[in-house]
Ligand binder design. Structure first.
Ligand SMILES: C[S@@+](CC[C@H](N)C(=O)[O-])C[C@H]1O[C@@H](n2cnc3c(N)ncnc32)[C@H](O)[C@@H]1O
Length: 315
């Protein structure tokens, strides 16, 4: 037991759990937004540490995640508000739910172990299932649609850009030759034949990452939510983001850097004409990463990078 609430028996181990709590600084009477509540692992810690009166607004694009989170967080009663939504609507939902301003916003990006473990969701090359990969089942386009319908150049470009996969062109050609593909297993085998099994990671890792990012427009959503999170925060409130690959992390790093500067004119401008004012102070000059022990116990944490920024007063 921790406090009055049973410790959750939860199959998704929250990444960088203690560091997230230390940086978010949950306290009684404060309001927190978890934009990626998943199964509620971090949320549970936030609620516990902000007992008895901290409030939490949790959102997730995936209705199944919300079911798990709802059950997990039931004991916290009316302190929890859950909404099924993509976090691109963070600002609107925060206003509607009475979380404007909020004292902390957490984004723990990517997929959860729950999603990876269910073959039918189509996220994992380790489990044979339909090529789906939608976090929100209401989305129109699945991974199968991309794999089977995109012209070869577009498919190669997608795998190159979102997977940073150097074999992208050869993979795209092999996929097109093997069409139609309907399962994760079929796709993983086609990719493995091209890439070979010699590397440190599964040969299909980058291709699956690329398709997942494209299906869910993950980078577009991240770009859209970051400025909203800053607006939603009260001065002194913190934005905590965990990224799992370099494309996400670069986006967060560049956003934090830009928003912590008063002028963002190109360097060749003799005087400032942008009028930009800093809205954030970067708390983590370098990203926080999991310890060797955490990586060993939770392999999904291996690539995690946590960045924190604090909202400045009077912006
Ligand atoms: C890594 S898991 C979060 C796990 C959570 N922190 C926990 O401790 O249980 C990421 C979650 O974010 C959700 N997600 C990813 N992108 C999203 C987006 N743009 N909008 C809403 N939810 C998103 C996924 O569906 C997934 O449930």
């Amino acid at each position: 037991m921790a406090g009055n609430h049973p410790v959750p028996n939860y199959t998704h181990k929250p990444v960088l759990y203690q560091k997230v709590l230390a940086e978010l600084r949950p306290a009684p009477g404060k309001r927190f937004i978890d934009g990626t509540i998943g199964g509620g692992g971090h949320a549970w810690g936030i609620l516990e540490a902000s007992s008895p009166s901290g409030q939490l607004l949790g959102m997730d694009a995936d209705p199944e995640a919300l079911l798990v989170a709802r059950e997990r967080l039931e004991a916290f009663g009316p302190r929890v508000t859950l909404v099924q939504s993509n976090f691109v609507r963070l600002e609107e939902i925060a206003r509607q739910s009475g979380f404007y301003p909020a004292h902390g916003v957490l984004l723990d990006l990517g997929v959860s172990s729950l999603q990876l473990s269910v073959a039918a969701r189509g996220f994992s090359f380790l489990r044979d299932g339909p090529l789906d990969m939608r976090m929100d089942p209401g989305l129109e386009r699945t991974a199968a649609d991309l794999v089977n319908d995109l012209p070869v150049e577009e498919l190669a470009d997608l795998v190159w850009r979102y997977g940073e996969e150097r074999h992208a062109r050869r993979i795209a050609r092999a996929v097109v030759a093997a069409r139609p593909l309907s399962t994760t297993g079929e796709l993983a085998r086609v990719v493995a034949r091209v890439v070979g099994h010699g590397g440190r990671i599964h040969p299909a890792t980058r291709t699956f990452q690329a398709l997942r990012i494209a299906v869910n427009d993950e980078l577009g959503a991240l770009e859209a939510v970051l400025p909203q999170a800053v607006r939603v925060l009260a001065p002194g409130g913190r934005l905590v983001v965990i990224a799992f690959h370099s494309l996400e992390d670069r986006l967060v790093k560049n956003f934090f850097r830009q928003e912590s500067r008063d002028c963002i004119c190109p360097p060749e401008m003799p005087i400032c004409s942008c009028g930009h004012k800093a809205s954030l102070e970067v708390v983590t000059r370098r990203p926080l990463v999991p310890s060797a022990v955490e990586k060993e116990h939770n392999p999904r944490s291996r690539s995690a990078k946590l960045r924190v920024a604090e909202k400045l007063a009077a912006t």
